[in-house]
Design a protein around this ligand. Structure first.
Ligand code: SF4
Length: 677
């Protein structure tokens, strides 16, 4: 079949077992692949009956894309592990990431501002890069998703506007900027340097400019711009979500959902929320110097093409703590990326990377993590006391090491008084919120908060536990109903216990919105004020996260203070919780093998299919977006499955607080007087 060796072939095999043969076929591997006629497809207009119609392979494997280059900037070895599909903890479904980011919505609005813009549509046997080159022969043209390839580098440009010898290269991002507050350039810090916040976006653009210039040559002038979301602009009807038509993804074509602008283009041009920032100076700065992408990217591309691991070295550092290749165990081939990178220093348990704020380790002259590794120290319990700096962080690190050595949790003397500041009934509350770049309603600003769900476990003064919850399942702006439902549930008595500032901030935003709009339902503005304030400031909210940070260390928390980390440590370490009737439904396993209640959350299986269990806040936001705006938003059974997954997750978040609080109450009072069956 493959007889003409001057041609190159690609085959996409959608089969589960192919990754075990190092033939990768997930979205990341083939997202820019071009499909050719199927073997035996006699209806093909080219008359070609096989994959001979694909004369150029178009997979990430053969070129260095912008996203791969950015990954290499974090750590070049990740490119190797990603390509070879090492075991990873990274998100399994890029579709949900894509949906939650909202970039495709912003892009749809941006494209509407270029009514003559064309999406690159390759002709038979033509690559996208060749189609781009063909279209660029026109004197004036606007293109979407133009592709440029040069020297093993590949760049895809969101919007390209060519006028004679000048190309405007526009990168569209769902990143927010407040142009009203921007004093000078929002891209630069007070000392004039490129800000760390904007650098990754500007590096994106610099990479594209480098590739486009390499292809177009010196006679062409490239002017780069960033198109971002200006949150200072209130939107007219033409710039709201209702002006977008969403097309679900086609699973068989590995596609993502697309959005098309269907509103009033003239009105949109008058009043939209996009800001076009000229980034020429920043890009020139990034393209000069020995570390620029112009200097570095070609050698990375070459290493990828040649499969040369030695050029893609591990960059060991504190960032390895959260590396997706730091996983327990190995795959069936015995591979574990973290162990390969760290060698013998991967063995410490608990590992030094799990020290609280490892990035801030180091008394004077001790050299932080690097100093530890040079001494061959990889276990937390081996860190010498002199390594800890003075101050709050150093103190917490020291306590973690002591707790690790003793195998017991540490409770500070301030814990009891801090907990006693709450009064019954105790309302353990958690909110789920979402922010969309394209506002729901006229008059709203982009990224306005949408409070779509809460859970509340209440422990009454006589020690009874009850649970109530609320969730929005309709495509509407839910904030006022959310606040009214919360008022119904927690009323005027007792303390609201939370695990972050998120709930206070969310209520403050709703209250400000009500004040702007004239007050809303009777008494709601006044009711909302006390929960926005801490107990110590005369309000009715007690933040258990702050209590944890100041007064609690458990060796199994791994230096983290999230509710999940604390719950897992407390749950495994206190068997009396497993026989408590409030928590019995979440017990799986026993002793050291008891599983975290978050792991017990099961996928929701219905006639409509399977909806994955939600296990963290970002996952909740994604599930909500999927339920209302995703591929199956019109499917009632699927929506119900999403709703159930969201409710189960949020309910556990508040029960987790009850579990930790119960443990703390036992440890501080020596009794369980606040707890009854
Ligand atoms: S563990 Fe560290 S060195 Fe290894 S791939 Fe991850 S970030 Fe790179």
């Amino acid at each position: 079949m493959f007889t003409d060796l001057s041609r190159r072939y690609s085959t996409v095999v959608r089969q589960r077992r192919t990754p075990s043969f190092r033939v990768y076929n997930d979205f990341q591997a083939i997202k820019i692949v071009r499909l050719g006629p199927w073997y035996g497809d006699k209806g093909s207009s080219s008359g070609c009956y096989s994959l001979l119609g694909l004369d150029v392979p178009e997979s990430e494997v053969s070129v260095l894309s912008k996203s791969s280059y950015k990954l290499a900037l974090v750590c070049p070895r990740k490119l190797v592990y990603r390509r070879e599909r090492y075991p990873s903890s990274a998100e399994k479904d890029p579709y949900l990431d894509f949906l939650a980011d909202g970039g495709f919505l912003v892009e749809a609005v941006a494209r509407a501002l270029f009514p003559d813009g064309q999406i690159i549509a390759p002709q038979e046997g033509e690559t996208t890069a060749q189609a781009t080159a063909r279209l660029l022969r026109s004197e004036n043209v606007d293109l979407f998703e133009a592709v440029f390839e040069h020297g093993g580098l590949s760049a895809r440009v969101d919007v390209l506007s060519k006028r004679g010898g000048v190309i405007e290269l526009i990168e569209v991002k769902a990143k927010s900027v407040n142009m009203e507050r921007a004093d000078g350039s929002p891209l630069r810090g007070t000392r004039g340097g490129i800000s760390a916040e904007w650098r990754p976006y500007l590096e994106d653009v610099a990479f594209q400019v480098h590739v486009v210039r390499s292809v177009m040559g010196p006679s062409c002038t490239v002017r780069p711009k960033l198109c971002v979301v200006d949150v200072s602009k209130a939107c007219g009807e033409a710039a709201t979500f209702s002006a977008l038509d969403l097309t679900p993804r086609d699973e068989r074509a590995f596609g993502m959902p697309t959005a098309h602008y269907v509103g009033d283009v003239a009105a949109l041009r008058q009043n939209h929320f996009l800001a076009f920032l000229d980034v020429s100076a920043e890009v020139e700065e990034l393209l000069s110097g020995p570390d620029s992408c112009a200097a570095v990217a070609p050698s990375i591309a070459l290493a990828i093409l040649q499969g040369d691991r030695s050029c893609l070295k591990p960059a060991i550092g504190t960032h390895c703590r959260d590396c997706e290749y730091r996983v327990d165990g190995t795959d069936e081939s015995g591979r574990n990326g973290f162990r390969e990178c760290w060698g013998g220093l991967a063995a410490g348990s608990p590992h030094v990377l799990d020290l609280y704020r490892i990035d801030k380790l180091g008394g004077r002259g001790e050299g932080g993590l690097r100093g530890l590794l040079e001494r061959g120290i990889s276990a937390i319990s081996d860190i010498p006391d002199r390594m800890f700096a003075d101050g709050e962080i150093g103190q917490r690190q020291r306590r973690q090491v002591q707790a690790t050595r003793s195998g017991r949790d540490w409770i500070g003397p301030g814990m009891g008084p801090a907990l006693a500041a709450a009064c019954a009934p105790f309302h353990f509350v958690d909110f789920e919120t979402s922010r969309m770049p394209v506002p729901y309603h006229a008059g709203m600003r982009p990224y306005g908060q949408v409070a779509f769900q809460f859970s509340c476990h209440t422990v009454s003064g006589d020690g009874a536990l009850s649970h109530r919850e609320w969730i929005n399942v309709d495509d509407r702006y839910p904030n006022i109903e959310f606040a009214m439902a919360l008022r119904d549930v927690i009323g005027d008595a007792g303390t609201m216990l939370v695990w972050s500032a998120h709930e206070r901030t969310a209520l403050r935003e709703i209250r400000e919105q009500l004040l702007r709009e004239g007050g809303g339902p009777a008494g709601l503005v006044d009711w909302l004020e006390p929960p926005t304030l801490d107990v110590e400031k005369g309000g009715r909210t007690l933040d258990l996260y702050n209590i944890c940070r100041r007064h609690y260390v458990h060796p199994a928390m791994g230096g983290k203070t999230s509710i999940k980390a604390v719950l897992q440590a407390v749950w495994k370490g206190n068997p009396s919780l497993h026989v408590h009737p409030w928590f019995a439904a979440y017990v799986r396993g026993e002793g050291d093998s008891v599983r975290s209640p978050y792991e017990v959350l099961a996928d929701v299986v219905t006639d409509a299919g399977i909806v994955a269990a939600v296990r963290e806040g970002t996952g909740a936001m994604r599930a909500y977006q999927d339920m209302l705006y995703g591929r199956r938003r019109g499917d009632a059974a699927y929506k119900e499955a999403c709703r159930r997954a969201l409710l189960e997750y949020c309910k556990l978040d508040t029960l987790a607080m009850v579990i930790v609080w119960t443990h703390w109450m036992e440890r501080t009072s020596g009794a369980t007087s606040h707890v009854s069956a």
